[in-house]
Structure formats: C-alpha cells, structure tokens
Design a binder for this molecule. Structure first.
Ligand code: NAG
Ligand code: NAG
Length: 130
C-alpha cells in the first residue's frame, strides 16, 4: 500500500514535470542576433562611438559591423556619437522585433535603418544634436 502510493507519487511528479516544462519549436530561437553596421560614406574618417546598454563604449569604423545577441524578451538600447551628432535608439525591442531571428542596422548619415532580412530597410531614428 505504502509502496504503491510512492509509485503513484513518482508518476504524478513526472507527469506534472513534463507537462509544465515548456517546449519550444526548434525554429523559434530564444537568442536574437543583433548586427550594427557603420554605413557612413566610405571616405568618412571619424568612427562612430557606440555603446549598447551598459557595455563600455567602443569605436566602429566606416564599413565595419558589430555583432551582439539578446534574449527574446530583453530589450537593448544603444547610443551612438559621431562628430557633433548623437543618437540613442532601441537596437532590439520585443514589441517590435519579436519573432525575427536577427535584427540588422545600418547607421547612415541620414539616420538609423532597421531590417529583419537585410532586404527591406526602414528608417526609425535620426541623428540629433543637443
Ligand atoms: C557578424 O555576423 C555576421 C553574420 O554571422 C558575419 O558575417 C560578420 O562577419 C560578423 N561581424 C563581426 C565583426 O564579427
Ligand atoms: C517571453 O515572454 C512571453 C510573453 O510574456 C512568455 O510567454 C515567454 O515564456 C517568454 N520567453 C522567455 C524565454 O522568457
């Protein structure tokens, strides 16, 4: 009697364990790749000074790119400084980007462009000054 109760408890335990453990479809990635490219004109000598969330700032030269990754429900904000210009923008925002495996950015003279497929680009941010 005691023994069969223990067996039952074990079976219930495992059943609950497996039912409550979420399973994600393989195609749904939990880490999103973020790619930011300095797409200023090729003769631009001054690099962009970039910082994302609490990372130290670093220089991104013209034509170079920077990779990072973020968890699906996390957001990531970056700041960019170039000459007298400044911008702060959401490099990843779950409400906007969830469901995409990658988020690509082009930083151009006329602003910040987002794409999820490197084909269609949309401007979402401008450079500003104080
Ligand atoms: C960033 O990732 C892309 C795609 O994986 C790769 O082609 C590129 O070389 C990477 N850039 C850097 C700076 O690591
Ligand atoms: C992300 O958020 C959704 C909705 O709030 C939730 O169902 C899901 O479990 C979360 N995913 C992760 C990996 O935290």
């Amino acid at each position: 009697m005691v023994f069969s109760n223990m067996v039952t408890s074990f079976l219930v335990f495992f059943a609950v364990y497996f039912i409550s453990t979420p399973t994600f479809p393989m195609s749904h990635r939990q880490e999103i790749a973020i790619n930011i490219r300095n797409a200023l004109p090729s003769n631009t000598e001054q690099p962009i000074t970039l910082a994302c969330d609490n990372t130290d700032s670093f220089h991104l030269k013209t034509g170079k790119d920077f990779n990072s990754s973020v968890k699906v429900n996390q957001s990531i904000e970056c700041t960019a400084v170039w000459l007298q210009w400044f911008a702060s923008w959401d490099a990843y925002k779950p409400q906007r980007d969830k469901g995409h495996d990658s988020v690509y950015w082009l930083v151009k003279k006329n602003g910040f462009f987002i794409s999820w497929d490197k084909t269609k680009w949309k401007k979402v941010e401008d450079w500003g000054t104080d």
